[in-house]
Ligand binder design. Structure first.
Ligand SMILES: Nc1ncnc2c1ncn2[C@@H]1O[C@H](COP(=O)(O)OP(=O)(O)OP(=O)(O)O)[C@@H](O)[C@H]1O
Ligand SMILES: O=P(O)(O)OC[C@H]1O[C@H](OP(=O)(O)OP(=O)(O)O)[C@H](O)[C@@H]1O
Ligand SMILES: O=C(O)c1cccnc1
Length: 480
């Protein structure tokens, strides 16, 4: 059995619906689903889309193995053999559009659009949401941390506390997209080409008779990468003075010590002491790393206390998105094939936020040509042409009709890109470095008011008048 084969990484109800479609002969009918989230995490003003690379890899390997079929045969549903034969020939033959990784995204806009036989589109819901929700959440958390530590180095240290191995490596990748500089996870480094960094643990010190001896032995072994953890006994009285001795010995060999790491106690006080002691000893080049349950709020706080920290090691709070451990992305049917054409469909809910936006849609980022900044995102039906033709657009929020605006001098950038067409991968997956750069460019498109981490301005995401009218028509139809 392979732990990386993911075809049955789906909720059983998807297979049950596929079975019912097979029984009813409706399996080949086309359907269009869109994936989006309704609420931004962490009170942030934007989210950072991630997960596409894994989705592409998942779609690529999406076949039912003999083992999968054997397992399904044993289920209490007693699926008929004809269905299992159908699954043996299964492959994804549809279209997928998605926004590129690193894109800034907002609530209620389609981030992934799947157009396929209902049989195929239904199967992939669970895995798509699983990848998109987790990776987008971590990229967004990492982006918040980057916002407050723009000039320091950020190291991702979370693996030991991550929700298992996949979360660790894909989380490390998401953090890198959003601006982290390196990870401690070597597998993430090997798989994705993320730079890797490491210091040492308390165990190295505990395993020696004295801290001084431990530091010197470590420096002897890795003279070009010396980073010493100074808090095993007492940072100010013992760790930092011993690290200084080691740095001086290294200088005699023409080498420069890289850094010290502080992992407990008052990080503001100790880092200031450390900086002073290192500078006084003629070691201004030795950097100070801080770790210990760091997040964006602690970073802001430590900076306000004039902490002298050059590098932040961030683990648990980032990799587990501790203050909001899930993103509520959903995958909703927006159109179904009926008599050879698409019919838009809606999901109605007592909760107005949960009423879906019907119809096959495009999102455009409306860039004001004068300022070069993003003005709003505009969700239109895919057959509307106003944005592409640069026609004046009415930006309106139906819940706040006084917030009405006509925009004329703009460029409408379509955000959804073709990824799979007729089951073929047509998207050339960008290099990770390019995704990271693209994310930084995305940030430049937005006024800082939308990017601040506390109480950001609400960025407009507006439905086109035609999309709004369609929604109202379907609500009226179903409300009778
Ligand atoms: N000057 C400071 N201002 C605000 N927060 C700080 C400051 N110094 C440290 N912190 C944070 O306070 C928390 C301290 O946690 P905790 O009490 O568990 O650490 P500790 O007792 O110093 O070390 P240990 O991990 O060994 O228990 C950490 O999240 C740390 O990042
Ligand atoms: O605090 P995080 O943001 O998760 O960063 C990673 C933590 O992992 C290591 O701690 P370790 O596993 O040795 O435990 P301890 O320092 O809490 O005792 C390291 O010393 C950091 O404190
Ligand atoms: O290299 C480090 O210092 C490190 C790595 C993982 C977790 N904590 C610290």
């Amino acid at each position: 059995m392979s732990y990386s084969h993911l075809t049955l990484h789906t909720d059983k109800y998807q297979i049950n619906m596929m079975y019912a479609h097979w029984v009813q002969g409706s399996l080949n009918k086309k359907a269009v689903f869109e994936a989006y989230f309704r609420k931004l995490p962490f009170g942030n003003g934007y989210a950072v889309f991630a997960g596409l690379e894994r989705i592409v890899d998942y779609i690529r390997q999406l076949t039912f193995s003999d083992e999968d079929i054997h397992y399904l045969r044993q289920q209490e549903e007693r699926y008929k053999e004809g269905f299992l034969d159908e699954l043996k020939n299964f492959r994804f033959t549809g279209n997928i559009h998605a926004v590129p990784e690193g894109t800034l995204v907002f609530p209620n806009e389609p981030l992934i659009r799947v157009e396929a036989r209902i049989f195929e589109a239904q199967l992939i819901e669970t895995a798509l949401l699983n990848f998109m929700n987790y990776q987008t959440l971590i990229a967004t958390k990492a982006s918040r941390i980057k916002q407050v530590a723009a000039n320091e180095t950020l190291l991702e240290f979370g693996t030991r506390r991550a929700q298992e191995a996949d979360a660790a490596v894909w989380g490390a990748r998401a953090a890198y997209i959003a601006g982290f500089d390196a990870t401690s996870n070597l597998r993430a480094g090997m798989l994705f080409g993320i730079p890797t960094k490491g210091t040492h643990a308390h165990a190295w010190i505990q395993d020696h008779d004295t801290e001084e001896e431990a530091f010197q032995k470590f420096a002897e072994a890795l003279p070009d990468q010396v980073s010493l953890l100074v808090d095993t006994y007492d940072s100010v009285k013992s760790g930092i003075p011993n690290a200084i001795k080691t740095a001086k010995l290294l200088e005699q060999q023409g080498k420069r010590m890289n850094s010290i790491r502080i992992d407990s106690g008052d990080l503001a006080y100790i880092s200031k002491q450390a900086r002073e002691m290192l500078d006084r000893a003629g070691l201004p080049y030795v950097k100070i790393i801080a770790s210990n349950d760091i997040d964006e709020n602690i970073i802001i706080n430590l900076k306000a206390q004039q902490a002298k920290i050059d590098v932040w090691g961030v683990g648990t709070q980032l990799i587990t998105a501790a203050d909001q451990p899930s993103l509520g992305g959903v995958y909703k049917l927006v159109a179904r094939e009926k008599k050879g054409a698409y019919e838009p469909v809606i999901k109605i809910s007592g909760n107005p936020e949960k009423v879906s936006n019907p119809g096959i849609k495009e999102i455009y980022r409306i860039i004001n040509k004068e300022t070069g900044k993003a003005e709003a995102d505009y969700i239109a039906q895919s057959d509307e042409t106003d944005v592409r033709r640069g026609k004046p657009l009415k930006l309106f929020d139906p819940l706040q009709p006084y917030k009405n605006k006509i925009i004329t001098n703009y460029e409408g950038v379509p955000l959804l890109k073709p990824i799979y067409i007729d089951g073929e991968l047509v998207y050339s997956l960008p290099k990770l470095e390019d995704i990271r750069r693209f994310h930084q460019e995305q940030l430049q498109l937005f006024w800082p008011e939308y990017l601040r981490i506390l109480n950001p301005e609400l960025y407009r995401v507006n439905l086109s008048p035609a999309s709004w009218a369609l929604k109202m028509k379907l609500i009226q139809k179903y409300n009778g």
